[in-house]
Ligand binder design. Structure first.
Ligand SMILES: *Cc1c(COP(=O)(O)O)cnc(C)c1O
Length: 385
């Protein structure tokens, strides 16, 4: 098969499986409304959980940062790309979350790849929750270490794997709040297993940071757990983009030497670090926003009536509705769009085969009438043959 034949065969296969992914350019899609083709949709598909992507203080901080520093950082952090704005943000994050050090990355995907790639060696093993994010599983699979997946959120399954002997070191990987299921990891039980077996715990809290715990410090803080490696990302509740790795001093220094993303890639613009400092302030003072989000989640779950689709047992902003077949979930998604409600369909391989779902996300920006509208259209969609 030639390159082109191989590519075309893969595309055709995706189409036949109703798994073809398409982007639609919108005219703004992170807030309460999504604008597309001159039409306004109620937006239940953005991860901007606290509505900070449009916050005036965050926007202004980015503008002022751009005026002061320009729009590009000019190089990696080891060259010109580490400004006082980056340093100050790292310092504030470390103090806020109670770690000696924080290191900035341009994305959560990059942070996960970089940490796993820098740490894992041939005799090591990585034990990951089965439903961990693609960036974690992919990094582990590509590393020289052995990857084993434990049953989702099962400390006993992790224990069985930990009890098998290993030559090198063990890294245990999980998420705080799972991105496709919205459920929460049993962090104290996982941490206890790690401690008993001298393994390190790495928690990716992309969906917990900003939302859970005192001042939005996330899943780990809320559950009283301090993993050796904490990944926080800024594309969700922080409303911006980027990520940070929180860790002890020696690991931070090690990553600065060996994490290739920090050495061979341009760092985030200083202006973005300025915006993130403003966003961090909003997150810390965000109790009213977190309360609004909690109210919206409660209203949605209380109002959701029996349906042929299964609402997952999630108390987070992520409320997946399991539909099953790809074609069905696409039809449901299109039907909701006709009614002015924008929800994303998640299909394999992002989720396990046969568990295609609507991934409904609620935010602090939604009003009670928005949630009622969502409930009404879901109810009506269910009545359709
Ligand atoms: C979104 C997400 C990431 C990727 O973060 P980006 O900053 O968007 O690259 C990593 N892990 C989890 C669990 C996520 O949900």
């Amino acid at each position: 098969m030639s390159w082109l034949q191989r590519i075309e065969a893969a595309l055709v296969q995706r189409q036949h499986a109703d798994a073809y992914r398409m982007r639609l350019a919108n005219q703004g899609g992170s807030g309460r409304w999504l604008m597309q083709n001159e039409r306004r949709y109620l937006n239940f598909s953005s991860n901007d959980y606290l509505g900070l992507s449009h916050h005036p203080e965050v926007v202004r901080a980015w503008q002022r940062g751009a005026e002061q520093y320009g729009v590009g950082s000019g190089g990696s952090g080891h060259v010109t790309g580490y400004t006082e704005a980056h340093a100050e943000l790292e310092h504030q994050l470390a103090v806020w979350l109670g770690y000696p050090r924080a290191l900035l990355f341009i994305s959560g995907y990059a942070a996960n790849q970089a940490v796993v790639a820098a740490l894992a060696q041939a005799d090591d093993r990585i034990l990951a929750d089965k439903f961990s994010h693609a960036s974690l599983l992919e990094a582990a699979a590509q590393s020289p270490a052995t990857l084993r997946r434990f049953q989702h959120n099962r400390a006993d399954s992790l224990k069985m794997l930990l009890e098998k002997p290993v030559q090198g070191q063990t890294l245990v990987v999980t998420e705080g709040v799972f991105s496709m299921d919205g459920d929460t990891a049993p962090l104290p039980a996982l941490q206890a297993q790690c401690r008993a077996h001298h393994a390190w715990l790495m928690v990716d809290d992309a969906h917990g940071i900003g939302v859970l715990g005192d001042e939005g410090r996330g899943s780990c803080w809320q559950q009283g757990v301090k993993p050796e490696i904490l990944i926080v990302t800024f594309g969700k509740a922080f409303g911006v983009s980027g990520a940070a790795v929180l860790c002890a001093e020696p690991l931070a220094e090690y990553l600065l030497q060996f994490a290739r993303h920090l050495i061979y890639s341009t760092s985030m613009p200083a202006a973005q670090a300025c915006a993130l400092r403003a966003s961090l302030n909003c997150v810390r003072q965000g109790d009213a926003r977190r309360e609004a989000l909690r109210r919206n989640i409660a209203q949605f779950r209380a109002g959701f009536s029996q349906s042929s689709y299964r609402l997952m047992d999630s108390r987070s902003a992520i409320q997946p509705l399991i539909v099953g077949e790809n074609a069905l979930v696409l039809a449901l998604m299109r039907h909701l769009r006709e009614l002015g409600v924008w929800v994303s369909a998640m299909r394999p391989p992002t989720v396990p085969p046969g568990s295609a779902r609507l991934r409904i996300t609620l935010t602090a920006e939604h009003q009670p009438e928005d949630i009622s509208r969502l409930l009404t259209v879901l109810h009506h969609a269910d009545k359709k043959p």
